[in-house]
Ligand binder design. Structure first.
Ligand code: SF4
Length: 419
């Protein structure tokens, strides 16, 4: 259609006058993510993303104190049909990507707010929209039994299918709910893999927000990553469907799943989601042969009851295996729970003992100062010592204890990756 906005876009001849002028949208003025911004708008050729240049004003203490928009408008199109959905006769669509299994009327969004029923087609609004790209030690994920000391190129888009009251990354995970503000620059899967290689990363971690809701982007990237000899890691709340795991598992090498509680009522009240789909995902990930570690953030008054922790540890040991690492993280006041105190060390110690009593071989404390160790389950010798995310010593020999020869579960060699 000559002269249309669409043809101008395709021919790279779009002018600033073709755009609706976006109003200033609220952003946390001290947001650490305030380095670039992007706002979503309804325009003649949906979906269209406007990106306005922005310059941070950084105070003397290094904090971002404000920002201003520059005059140049960039643009990118994010129109990507979703996978794992079905069209219903009345124009609705039924999404089968996560445990919500939303039935979405015309023009509406799913619970995650990043998938939309557009004229009877389900589209993802975050394909190519990496809001965060960062290189982390794999220990930060946390994954302690997967290529220790290696680098994980970490990627996220905005959005999440849960609404955890203690969310540590709410500025991006809940962005599509709180103010509709998106901060991103289009990055293709090819560019992500190239960025991972340039940063000498052994893996790409889909993390910070929930990778389930940017599945199409993660899936295309994961396939390219494997072809380039790079592993793929999901850091996830586990609220995905078995259908999604069936699709991605050939390319998924490891997962850390948050098991936030062992009580349905806690999931309902504090996350807006359910427990059973998470338990199903944990078992399926294990059955598919994906390396699995589990994390539980211990929140005082929410999930620190010893009876609940005992049930949780029994599930991990009985259903996932006693060699499944369990990370017990300390809570700090955050997001909608500013008045809840940090997890007392005594509760963390109790949880640790509960895990060990259940027979779990590898229980770790997170968000605490000091060293963590991986000890041989055979003779008890310390094999890996960490300080924070740094590996101090690693005595494993071909994945085994050098003293007694006991094999230690995990992925220790890069050559073991690939299926
Ligand atoms: S990913 Fe989950 S929350 Fe989002 S539309 Fe699909 S079923 Fe709903």
């Amino acid at each position: 259609m000559p002269g249309s906005l669409q043809s101008k876009l395709l021919n790279n001849k779009i002018a600033e006058s073709d755009f609706i002028v976006m109003p200033e949208v609220g952003i946390e003025p001290t947001s650490p993510y305030g380095h670039a911004s992007l706002s979503r708008a309804r325009l003649p050729v949906p979906p269209l993303w406007l990106e306005c240049e922005k310059y941070n004003q950084v105070g003397g203490d290094g904090q971002v104190t404000g920002y201003q928009r520059g005059p140049r408008i960039l643009y990118t199109i994010s129109m990507h049909e979703a996978r794992l959905y079905e069209k219903l006769p009345d124009g609705k669509v039924h999404c089968h990507l996560c445990g919500h299994r939303c039935i979405i009327p015309l023009g509406e969004f799913g619970v995650c707010q990043v998938r939309e029923n557009r004229d009877g087609t389900l589209v993802t609004l975050v394909y190519g929209c990496a809001i965060s790209q960062q290189v982390d030690p794999v220990e930060k994920k946390p994954l302690y039994h997967f290529l220790p000391g290696s680098l994980a190129f970490s990627v996220a888009t905005v959005g999440c299918n849960m609404q955890c009251q203690w969310c540590q990354n709410w500025q991006i995970a809940q962005a599509s709910r709180t103010h509709g503000l998106m901060e991103t620059r289009h990055t293709s899967p090819e560019e992500l893999v190239a960025n991972a290689r340039a940063n000498r990363s052994h893996s790409i971690a889909y993390t910070y927000t929930e990778p389930t809701i940017f599945f199409e982007y993660a899936y295309d990237t994961a396939r390219l990553a494997h072809a380039a000899g790079i592993a793929n890691l999901y850091i996830t709340n586990g609220y995905m469907t078995g259908e999604m795991l069936d699709l991605i598992h050939p390319y998924l090498d490891a997962a850390n799943v948050d098991l936030k509680s062992f009580r349905q009522r806690t999931y309902t009240r504090y996350t807006g989601a359910g427990l059973q789909p998470v338990l199903d995902s944990l078992k399926k990930i294990k059955d598919l042969g994906i390396w699995l570690e589990v994390t539980t953030l211990i929140v005082p008054g929410v999930n620190d009851d010893p009876a609940e922790l005992t049930d949780m540890a029994a599930f991990i040991a009985g259903e996932l295996g006693t060699d499944t690492p369990w990370h017990l993280s300390r809570f700090f006041p955050h997001y909608h729970m500013p008045d809840t105190p940090p997890t007392p060390p005594s509760i963390l110690r109790t949880a640790f003992e509960i895990g060990k009593r259940a027979g779990l071989q590898y229980v770790y404390l997170g968000n605490v100062a000091g060293e963590t160790h991986t000890d041989c389950p055979g003779c008890g010798q310390t094999l890996i010592r960490r300080s924070g995310y740094t590996i101090l010593t690693n005595r494993l020999a071909n994945g085994c204890c050098p003293a007694c020869g006991q094999a230690v579960s995990g992925v220790w060699e890069f050559s073991l990756i690939g299926k």
